[in-house]
Design a protein around this ligand. Structure first.
Ligand code: 5AD
Ligand code: SF4
Length: 440
C-alpha cells in the first residue's frame, strides 16, 4: 500500500512540476514514506532522516534548497516527535492527508523553519480529491486501493490506530479507475486494502456488493486479464468470494491469507476472532473451489505468552496447509497496542530461534512448490528486464517470479512459459517454440 500511496503522491505533485527521480541526493524534494508496523521499520525513519539532512545541507551550501517530507504511518503516529527530533523536516503528514500535498508544500515555503503537520483522518475526502489519471509509473501490473483501514483490532497491531477505521470506496469509483487503467494498458490489477476482503459497497445496480461481486464485474472489463487482491482476513472469506475463485478465470489462483499463529490460545490472545479449525475449513473450501490455489500467509512468532507448545502448533499448521510463499516476523511490541502491555514477553533469543525454525520450514515449502512447477507451461506476465541481457522477469499466476529468455518488445505481454527450473525464490523457463515467434 505504501508503494501505491507513493505513486499517488507523485500524481498529486506532478501539476506543480515535480517528477520522480532515481536518487535523492540532488532532489528538490525528498519524501520518506514510512511504515509503523514493527519497531525496526519505525526506527529506520530517524536514521534515514539523518542521511537526508546531509543532502539538504549540501544543497543549501550550493545555494539550492531541498524540501523534506515525512509521510505514512510513522508520521501519523509520531508526527510531534518527528517535528521535535528533526526540526529540519518541512512537512509531516499521515496516510489520509497526502491529497493536500500541494497546499502543504506552499505552506512550508511560507512557514520558514516551522514544520507543517497534517494528520487528519478524512479518507473520503482523500479519494474524492486524488487526480483521476492512470497511476504514475505503473507498468502492466498496477495496484488499485478499494478499501482502507481496519476495525479488527488484533492486539499486536497498530493499523487500526494509524490507518483508521475501515472504509470501502464506492464500486462505481473503483470500476471507473479500473476501466481507465485498462485503457492505459494495465492488464493486471491488484486490489488493495488492509482488510480488502471486508470490502463492501453499493453497486451501480443499487445492491449491496461484496468483494466477490466486484471481482466478477472487474473481470468483464476489456483488457483486464488478471485480478488479485491483498490482504485478507480469514473471517471475511465470504461464500461469494470463495465462489469467485471457482468461476472467475481472471482471478489468479494465489491468495495471501494471514493466520499469524497456529495455537488457539495465542489466536485468542491476539484477538483474531477465529480458531485454527476455522482457518483449516476456510482453506478446504477455497481448495474445493480452486484446487490449484497457491497460498501465502503472515506469521508472528514470540507473541507474549507463546510457549514451545504453542509455537509447535504454528509449525503444525504450516505443515498441514503448505504455503507457496510466506512472511514471518518476530513479535514487536508496538506503543499503544494491548499486547505491548502484557506480561510474559518472550525473550529475544527464543523469538530468534523460533523464527529460524519457522522460516526454514516455510523456505522448504516454497522451494518444493517452485519445483513442482517444473515441466508445466504457464502464462507469465512479463513485467521488467532481468539482470542478464536478453532476459525478462515476470509473474506466474501463482505470483512466482519467472525468469525467461525473451526479447524486450514482449514486455507488458502475457506469454506461455515452460518451467525448466525451480529455485528458492524464483523459477525459470522458456517460451515454447510454437509461441516464440508470434506477432510482436
Ligand atoms: N509485530 C510483528 N509483526 C507484526 N505484524 C503486524 N503487527 C506486528 C507486530 N506488532 C505483521 C503481521 C501482519 C503483517 C503485515 O505484519 O503478520 O499480517
Ligand atoms: Fe492489523 Fe490485519 Fe489485525 Fe487489522 S486485521 S488489526 S490490519 S493484523
Amino acid at each position: 500500500m505504501n508503494v501505491y500511496d507513493s505513486e499517488r503522491m507523485a500524481d498529486v505533485l506532478a501539476p506543480l512540476g515535480y517528477r520522480t527521480v532515481d536518487t535523492p541526493d540532488n532532489a528538490d524534494m525528498v519524501i520518506l514514506n514510512t511504515c509503523h508496523i514493527r519497531e525496526k521499520a519505525a526506527e529506520k525513519v530517524f536514521s534515514e532522516l539523518g542521511r537526508v539532512r546531509q543532502m539538504q545541507d549540501r544543497r543549501r551550501a550550493g545555494g539550492e534548497d531541498m524540501v523534506i517530507g515525512v509521510a505514512g504511518c510513522v508520521a501519523q503516529a509520531e508526527g510531534e516527535e518527528i517535528v521535535r527530533r528533526a526540526p529540519f523536516v518541512d512537512i509531516v503528514f499521515g496516510p489520509q492527508s497526502y491529497h493536500r500535498l500541494p497546499e502543504m508544500v506552499a505552506r512550508a515555503a511560507r512557514a520558514s523553519g516551522r514544520a507543517v503537520l497534517e494528520t487528519d483522518f478524512d479518507v473520503v475526502e482523500k479519494f474524492d480529491r486524488l487526480p483521476k489519471t492512470p497511476p504514475a509509473g505503473s507498468g502492466p501490473a498496477a495496484f488499485l486501493t478499494v478499501q482502507e483501514g481496519c476495525d479488527k483490532f488484533c492486539t499486536f497491531c497498530v493499523v487500526p490506530y494509524t490507518r483508521g477505521a475501515e472504509y470501502s470506496r464506492p464500486a462505481a469509483d473503483i470500476l471507473d479507475d479500473a476501466r481507465r487503467m485498462a485503457a492505459a494498458g494495465v492488464c493486471e490489477i491488484t486490489l488493495l486494502g488492509q482488510n480488502v476482503n471486508a470490502w463492501h459497497g453499493e453497486g451501480p445496480d443499487g445492491g449491496d456488493w461484496s468483494l466477490g461481486r466486484l471481482i466478477r464485474e472487474l473481470a468483464g472489463i476489456p483488457g483486464l486479464a488478471r485480478i488479485r487482491y491483498t490482504t485478507s482476513h480469514p473471517l471475511e472469506m465470504s461464500s461469494e468470494l470463495i465462489a469467485a475463485h471457482r468461476d472467475v478465470a481472471e482471478l489468479m489462483p494465489y491468495l495471501h491469507l494471514p493466520v499469524q499463529a497456529g495455537s488457539d490460545r495465542i489466536l485468542q490472545a491476539m484477538n483474531r476472532r477465529h480458531d485454527r479449525d476455522t482457518y483449516f475449513r476456510i482453506i478446504d473450501r477455497l481448495r474445493e473451489s480452486r484446487p490449484d490455489l497457491a497460498l501465502s500467509g503472515d506469521f508472528i512468532v514470540g507473541f507474549p505468552g507463546e510457549t514451545d507448545r504453542d509455537f509447535e502448533q504454528t509449525m503444525d499448521l504450516v505443515r498441514r496447509v503448505g504455503y507457496a510463499q510466506a512472511y514471518s516476523f518476530k513479535y514487536s511490541p508496538r506503543p499503544g497496542t494491548p499486547a505491548a502491555a502484557l506480561g510474559a514477553q518472550v525473550p529475544e533469543d527464543v523469538k530468534s530461534a523460533r523464527l529460524q525454525a519457522l522460516q526454514d520450514l516455510l523456505n522448504s515449502q516454497q522451494l518444493a512448490f517452485n519445483r513442482t512447477s517444473v515441466g508445466r507451461t504457464m502464462d507469465v506476465l512479463l513485467e521488467r528486464k532481468g539482470r542478464v541481457d536478453g532476459q525478462l522477469v515476470g509473474r506466474s499466476p501463482y505470483m512466482q517470479a519467472v525468469h525467461v529468455a525473451a526479447p524486450a518488445h514482449r514486455l507488458g505481454r502475457i506469454v506461455p512459459v515452460t518451467i525448466a527450473e525451480g529455485k528458492a525464490n524464483s523459477v525459470s523457463g522458456h517460451i515454447p517454440a510454437t509461441h516464440a515467434e508470434d506477432a510482436a
